[in-house]
Design a binder for this molecule. Structure first.
Ligand SMILES: [Zn+2]
Length: 451
């Protein structure tokens, strides 16, 4: 098949001319830094734009300028599409023997990152989109594979992440994030003083994982830490006790409220069993004992009891301000019938009130009042919760005292779950960590049209 081919000719370089040279037009359209358009070729893969480099010595990615080339080859980089055609930049690229790196390396070009097969503009568009939208949208819009997007995200993050993000940390939050079924976890560290932006993430969730972060921070960095907020587990506490013993440890409200919600779910099962036992006893008292199998309906609780236990879930768990009228009805019904579940709800809201006190200095008194109430509530799951809360009393109060009670980490956790949900979570931990830095690391990706 014959493909039209345009070569630069000797015509004058002026846009006012009725027939502008095709290379001049592409040169003005693309304005590739450090190169001019020498040829334009229409091929089945797309429009191939041949670039002519400005004269100069080859430069190593480390910054060192070589005196001569070791060898040379031709490379193509995918650039932003030209209408419905793909656009490929093509240029000779040299290798040089870098004295600083002490090995042969490929020179850098101004329009692409080292080792990239896409132009910077293309990669920036991928990064910008990945911060905002799901995987399928990007791969379809840019006609590229998911592996390519993942590779680009990793490179964009490596190039643009703030290398000084670990210096000067004062108040940090640590959290674990599950990223795949089968209990795969990441440990994520965020800076409370930088709007909760992620400064570090790694695979794993035990004490050793966090210790690796503290080691990277160094002794002085660890000594500068004033506060570390975390969950109620033992792992992060242990690592912080050993590596940054002077830092005040705080419990994130998010985790405490999550525990209270868990206690409610346990209490619902407990209440349902209680009702069933009551019904069994009533049935046993009411009728004479029959031989053989008992009728199927006799051990089950009365229908309405089973229903309210089942239907109470969201009424009990949701924020009271966000309740639907039907859920409010369930709550009123529970209160009228003197149900233990209504007391569970009161206990949970009582614990949440800790973070809604008009005067935070009342927190200690409020928490002690709550502890006394919960431990004699005779609801097993709340008695257990009260023990956990008592063990962590100081760490819970420290979060309020230090103003870490409106933890940004709660938002972080749901943000990471959203990243997972948008389809970025089912690949390697490395790919997800790059996505977390991209979306939660405070990175500003500028579109080529905004530069
Ligand atoms: Zn070098």
């Amino acid at each position: 098949m014959l493909t039209p081919r345009f070569r630069s000719d000797q015509a004058t370089d002026s846009v006012s001319e009725p027939h502008v040279r095709v290379t001049t037009a592409f040169n003005k359209m693309l304005s590739i830094p450090g190169a001019t358009v020498a040829s334009v070729e229409f091929t089945p893969e797309g429009v191939v734009v041949g670039l002519r480099r400005r004269k100069g010595r080859p430069r190593c990615p480390c910054g060192w300028k070589g005196s001569g080339a070791y060898d040379s080859s031709v490379r193509r980089w995918r650039h932003l599409d030209l209408g419905s055609s793909k656009l490929l930049l093509q240029a000779p690229i040299r290798r040089l023997h870098c004295r600083r790196c002490d090995r042969v390396r490929t020179e850098t070009v101004r329009w692409a990152w080292p080792r990239a097969r896409h132009s910077r503009d293309f990669e920036d568009v991928v990064g910008w989109l990945a911060q905002r939208t799901d995987k399928t949208t990007i791969t379809r819009l840019l006609r590229t594979s998911w592996e390519t997007v993942a590779g680009i995200v990793e490179r964009v993050v490596a190039e643009q992440v703030d290398t000084r993000r670990l210096s000067g940390l004062l108040r940090i939050g640590v959290d674990e994030v599950s990223y795949r079924k089968g209990h795969r976890y990441l440990t994520v560290v965020a800076d409370h003083d930088q709007a909760g932006r992620v400064v570090w993430a790694a695979e794993g969730k035990n004490a050793a994982t966090l210790e690796a972060f503290y080691d990277q921070l160094g002794e002085t960095g660890c000594a500068d830490l004033q506060a570390v907020s975390m969950d109620l587990g033992a792992a992060f506490k242990k690592a912080t006790d050993t590596k940054a013993p002077q830092a005040r440890q705080c419990v994130d409200p998010f985790h405490l409220v999550a525990l209270a919600n868990e206690a409610i779910n346990k209490a619902r099962r407990w209440a349902w069993n209680l009702q069933r036992d009551k019904a069994r006893q009533a049935a046993a008292l009411a009728g004479p004992k029959r031989r053989g199998r008992p009728p199927a309906e006799s051990p089950a609780p009365p229908r309405d009891h089973a229903r309210w236990v089942k239907h109470s879930r969201w009424a009990l768990l949701k924020d009271p301000d966000a309740l639907l009228p039907s859920q409010l009805d369930v709550l009123h019904e529970l209160r009228r019938s003197g149900s233990a579940l209504y007391r569970c709800w009161q206990l949970k809201e009582g614990l949440r009130d800790l973070y809604r006190l008009p005067d935070p200095s009342d927190a200690a008194a409020h928490l002690d009042w709550w502890l006394a109430w919960a431990c004699r509530s005779r609801i097993p799951s709340f008695v257990t919760l009260s023990k956990t809360v008592r063990d962590n009393r100081d760490r819970i109060l420290a979060a309020i005292e230090l103003g870490l009670s409106n933890s940004k980490l709660e938002g972080l956790n749901s943000k990471i779950r959203l990243i997972n949900h948008r389809g970025y979570g089912h690949h390697s931990a490395t790919a997800l960590i790059a996505m977390i830095y991209l979306c939660c690391g405070g990175l500003t990706i500028r579109l080529p049209t905004e530069r």
